[in-house]
Design a binder for this molecule. Sequence first.
Ligand code: SF4
Length: 355
Amino acid sequence: MSLASEKLETIRQQVQYHLDQAEKKQLNPEQERALCDIIKGRLERENAVLIAHYYTPPAIQALAEESGGCVSDSLEMAKFGHDHPAQTLVIAGVKFMGETAKILTPEKRVLMPTLEATCSLDLGCPIEDFSAFCDQHPDRKVVVYANTSAAVKARADWVVTSSIALDVIEHLDEQGEKIIWAPDRYLGDYVRRETGADVLMWDGACIVHEEFKARGLADLKRVYPEAAILVHPESPASVIELADRVGSTTQIINAAREMPNRQFIVATDQGIFYKLQQLAPNKEFIIAPTAGEGADCRSCANCPWMAMNELEILAGVFDRDDNEILVDAAVAQRAMVPLKRMLDFSAQLKLAGKA
Ligand code: SF4
């Protein structure tokens, strides 16, 4: 096992411990309601807004909606926080999302239920190693995925989300640029195949999407022959090949609403089912298979770090001193450059009717 894998395994065990503890203290509906009321009251008194990612537990997503916040992907979360009048942003998601919100809106206080909620992509791309890698290839443009630390973003020329990755790489390729891509090797491989660009890859992966299995998916498709298969591009190439649509979380939600199929097999974190069911109530959503029976599945389509966003922890979000997101000012200033590039590019795509 490599050092990085060992580190990930240790963290996975710690996260599993937290999840087991959470399971032991499952809340009943009355307890859940009472906690939601407490949190809503605190959000109001603290001039704060709750912004949740699609992969957080359903109770957190419902609370974000009913308290006037939003449920979205990482890019929209940051934009919503920037535009909202609240002075404090409570980000339910993983750490890089809190950092992006803080970089885009430095004058606001950004809190998270726990700063231990991180991401295997962020963990697998430490700044020292990544910076040395970039230094070895000074002729390449550095493109990093949003799922990275503020320091890695600060080292990049471009930041992208999965919804605009293809367009950005196509744009750079048209300009004759060679590219360093980090950290997700599956998404990088997907954009390389689709665009034909010269892409040098960092070796990272999302522990959730990496688990989806092509053989199980093909078997499931035989059980549900009418179902459309929706796949996030962080999944392995063999899984992407079986997809009717490949896209980011937002693009998956849009596909489920627009496509005529009544059934969908979905290869992404199952937290997204809350939004899918809400927006397409008459359709059926089936989770794509992961490692299979008896196998060692590390995520089972459920991100362990997203699952750390529990109501009980959220209830104490204003009372602790270890959960505020702070980003070094110089790092934030440098990271702002590729982030701004991404926002401008995404606005242009919207104007052109491509997003
Ligand atoms: S689902 Fe994957 S990419 Fe998203 S936060 Fe979890 S580990 Fe990171």
